[in-house]
Ligand binder design. Structure first.
Ligand code: UD1
Ligand code: CA
Length: 476
């Protein structure tokens, strides 16, 4: 049992993953290192780590150089502190040198090593699984693609029987080799013992004076048959500048959204909407244009999310309706509740089933019971609001005295009139009524009426008298 779990899931072989991400990414022209730039809301480096996780790699080693501490922090925040080992590559002396930096971290490991990159986010699990499968009982398998324009890539050189014999870099290639359109993706699955022995024997005898990882292919081919696995050029897209970043982002969003469409979610203009990996959507949910669903957001069945909604770590139950430009952050929304337009739920808001939060209502650490309503222009913070309560327009919980926060409790079925200030800590009993314009400073018993308005007076003839006084004043 224990042993089985340690083997690569479904493939029954021991696997470790090395992720190369030491490059600075000069062409990004950024103070932030390349692999921390985001694709579909996630730092690029998370994608290969996630793949390694899904393949149940025993060990995951990231080879880092530039801003390695920031990259380490990002990876640890997502995957936990012990999951990934960082190997430093201080000087970039080529891809072979980069992989060699993982030797220490993989001491004692026997099995195959999968080599991935921090800047190739679109690579699919299916392709990598095929590669790992092909490497079973082989020394080495590598991923290739057929492209129209192979410029800049290493080419796969095959013998007269079609077997791959080596990889040649563009700059070291003959004209005939340069005409080959089968390229090296740079992704390999290779026996660990062979790999580290071969890396020791690399020499920088090439046009770039680097230690080429590609040279291990010829070495493997000399003694055993090397397998190739073809992938689509699209998933091998590397990100070197911000144009390629935008392209990768667009493709990743499309891939995620199409997957959700196939499982029963409707998108109105899917290209404009971001659904981060890790978000879960229920069937028959309809998502309007320009929405962002981020983090661990979970959406139930048959939810309607209109244009411009932004949800971060939100939970929305079935049949809820988010009208345009509703913003939810770490909040929960009950079944068939209605929110917005322009509602803002800040962390700790829990909205009951069939409740209603209308336009320009802000909530923070507020619980609203089933069927409660706050339809317009309110701030509800640190509040416990019972079922069927009606919060009138312009109600404000005064929860903060400049130093501390205090709680407002409103019992079931209470009616809070418009323009009420509830000065916390304060409790309104069940079915109590607060008259419009009241400043509530004391608890209100259940069923009582609270009113703090000054009595209204009417001064008859006042307007006419004022007018006459003004005219007289001008004549003087
Ligand atoms: C490499 C392959 C080439 C392949 C191409 C696919 C070699 C020699 N060539 O070429 O056959 O077609 O990838 O994209 O391997 N890196 C480090 N440390 C280093 C050097 C590189 O971490 O010292 C990382 C870079 O951050 C980058 C990746 O490895 O993400 C690829 O390195 P790069 O120098 O761009 O290799 P290519 O010339 O593209
Ligand atoms: Ca490259």
């Amino acid at each position: 049992m224990q042993r089985l779990r340690r083997l690569c899931y479904g493939l029954r072989m021991a696997l470790a993953t090395v992720i190369l991400a030491a490059g600075r990414g000069t062409r990004m022209k950024s103070a932030t290192t390349k692999v921390l730039h985001c694709v579909a809301g996630r730092p690029m480096v998370e994608y290969p780590v996630d793949l390694a996780e899904r393949l149940r790699s025993q060990k995951i080693v990231c080879v880092l150089g530039h801003q390695s501490e920031a990259v380490r922090a990002a990876v640890e925040a997502r995957f936990g502190v012990d999951r990934v080992t960082v190997a430093q590559q201080r000087e970039q002396r080529g891809t072979g040198h980069a992989v060699a930096q993982a030797r220490g971290a993989l001491r004692g490991f026997s099995g195959h090593v999968l080599i991935l990159y921090g800047d190739v986010p679109l690579l699919t699990e299916a392709s990598v699984r095929r590669l790992v499968q092909a490497a079973r009982r082989r020394t080495l398998a590598l991923m290739t693609a057929r492209v129209d324009n192979p410029h800049g890539y290493g080419r796969i050189v095959r013998d007269e029987r079609g077997r791959p014999v080596r990889v040649v870099e563009e700059r070291d290639a003959t004209d005939r080799e340069r005409a080959l359109c089968e390229i090296n993706a740079g992704i390999y699955c290779v026996d660990a013992a062979f790999l580290f022995a071969a890396l020791r024997r690399l020499r920088p005898t090439n046009a770039q004076g680097e230690l080429y990882l590609t040279d291990i292919v010829a070495r493997a081919a000399a003694t055993s048959e090397v397998a190739t696995v073809e992938a689509s050029p699209e998933e091998l897209l590397g990100v070197n500048d911000r144009v390629e970043l935008a392209r990768a982002d667009e493709r990743m969003r499309r891939r995620i959204n199409e997957e959700w469409m196939r499982s029963g979610v409707t998108f109105d203009r899917p290209e404009s909407t971001l659904v981060e990996p890790g978000v879960i959507l229920g069937a028959d949910t309809v998502i309007g244009p320009l929405c962002e669903l981020r983090g661990s957001t979970r959406i139930g069945v048959g939810v309607r999310i209109e244009v411009g909604c932004v949800l971060q770590d939100a939970v929305v139950a079935e049949g809820a309706h988010l009208k345009p430009y509703t913003v939810l952050h770490e909040s929960e929304v009950g079944a068939r509740a209605t929110l917005g337009p322009f509602a803002h739920l800040r962390p700790g808001s829990v909205i009951g089933a069939e409740a209603k939060i209308g336009n320009f209502v802000e909530t923070k650490k507020a619980r609203l019971g089933r069927g409660a309503k706050a339809s317009h222009l309110s701030y509800l913070g640190d509040a416990e609001i019972g079922a069927d309560v009606n919060i009138g327009c312009g109600t404000i919980t005064c929860n903060y005295d400049g130093h501390n926060k205090f709680k407002t409790v409103i019992g079931e079925g209470a009616f809070i009139g418009s323009d009420t200030q509830l000065v916390a800590p304060v409790t309104i009993g069940a079915k109590a009524i607060v008259g419009a314009g009241t400043t509530v400073v004391d608890d209100v018993p259940a069923g009582a009426l609270a009113l703090s308005r000054a009595p209204q007076i009417a001064v008859l003839g006042y307007a006419e008298r004022k007018r006459r006084e003004r005219i007289k004043g001008r004549r003087r």
